[in-house]
Design a protein around this ligand. Structure first.
Ligand code: NDP
Length: 263
């Protein structure tokens, strides 16, 4: 059962970064199903064009834009194009992200900067680009896709955990600025989710250690204490719930999806 089936986003517009696959694509479907007009952005234009086409085939209104969220000019253009296409941006889902894993000694400055730029700087730039129009309109929802790694550290994820901690700190601080404006800023913090990003993590472990897919997956789930991978749709439902009219009293929170199912 879809526990968030009651959320009504008719008349609302949403911009979702990293909307070409995984959690971003699932979120686009979830928000569109609830009535929102959606705009998707990613570096690979074909991926977002394809998701937007599938959304339109279902009768939803969807737009696709190419944007690298680490590039100030491209983010400014994205905000302008999305606003022009949809009339305004009511909801921003800062989902674009990337991960890496390496022991401290092997993290290059290039890897560190890249992980910080996509996850943390991208979230900052996109939020800054639409925040004022939300405040002026007196309503807005910013949902940042952080991670459990935004709240806890772990072996070999120093760069990713630092970037996601930055996203959580950013969320809490902008939420304080948003207080009383009708705009809320929250984060979702999932454990491992069944997406291409996790496929890449498993493939990397297999390459480096020579262990099987099964053992790599078991190791990943054991380190995160999860009984199973979380589905992208489960993350999308929590994002949707934070976008609801009724979620106005939830601001500056980091909502954990720990993947620890009760028996
Ligand atoms: P995927 O790799 O499946 O999708 C990532 C999306 O982000 C793609 O559409 C990708 O498109 C886009 N993207 C990456 N870099 C950029 C960039 N510089 N500019 C614009 N778009 C970009 O990842 P997930 O769906 O798994 O992850 C989504 C978010 O969830 C990320 O922030 C991730 O850190 C977070 N997360 C994921 C977890 C997991 O286990 N999978 C767990 C916890 C959090 P393109 O490459 O075309 O730009």
């Amino acid at each position: 059962m879809n526990t968030f089936a009651g959320v009504d986003l008719h008349g609302r517009t949403a911009l979702i970064t990293g909307g070409g696959r995984g959690i971003g694509a699932a979120t686009a479907f979830e928000l569109a199903r609830s009535g929102a007009v959606v705009a998707l952005a990613a570096r690979n234009e074909a991926s977002v064009v394809d998701v937007a086409r599938r959304l339109r085939e279902k009768g939803y209104t969807a737009f696709a834009f190419r944007c690298d969220v680490t590039d100030t000019r491209q983010v400014r253009d994205l905000a302008l194009s999305a606003t022009e296409a949809m009339g305004r941006v009511d909801i921003l889902v800062n989902n674009a992200g990337t991960a890496s894993s390496n022991p401290l000694a092997r993290i290059s400055l290039q890897e560190w900067n890249h992980i910080m730029e996509v996850n943390a700087t991208g979230t900052f730039l996109c939020t800054q680009a639409v925040f004022d129009q939300m405040v002026e309109h007196g309503w807005g929802r910013v949902v940042n896709v952080a991670s459990i790694a935004g709240l806890e550290g772990g072996r070999y994820i120093a760069a990713y955990a630092a970037a996601k901690h930055a996203v959580v700190g950013f969320t809490r601080s902008v939420a304080a600025e948003a207080d009383g404006t009708g705009v809320t800023v929250n984060a979702v913090c999932p454990g491992y989710v069944d997406t291409p990003l996790t496929d890449e993590t498993i493939a990397r472990i297999m390459r480096r250690t020579g262990i099987s897919w099964h053992d790599a997956m078991r190791g990943v789930l054991e380190t995160s204490g999860q009984s199973r991978l979380i589905r992208a749709e489960e993350v999308a439902e929590v994002i949707l719930s934070l976008c609801a009219e009724e979620a106005g009293a939830t601001n500056g929170q980091a909502i954990v999806l720990d993947g620890k199912d009760t028996p």
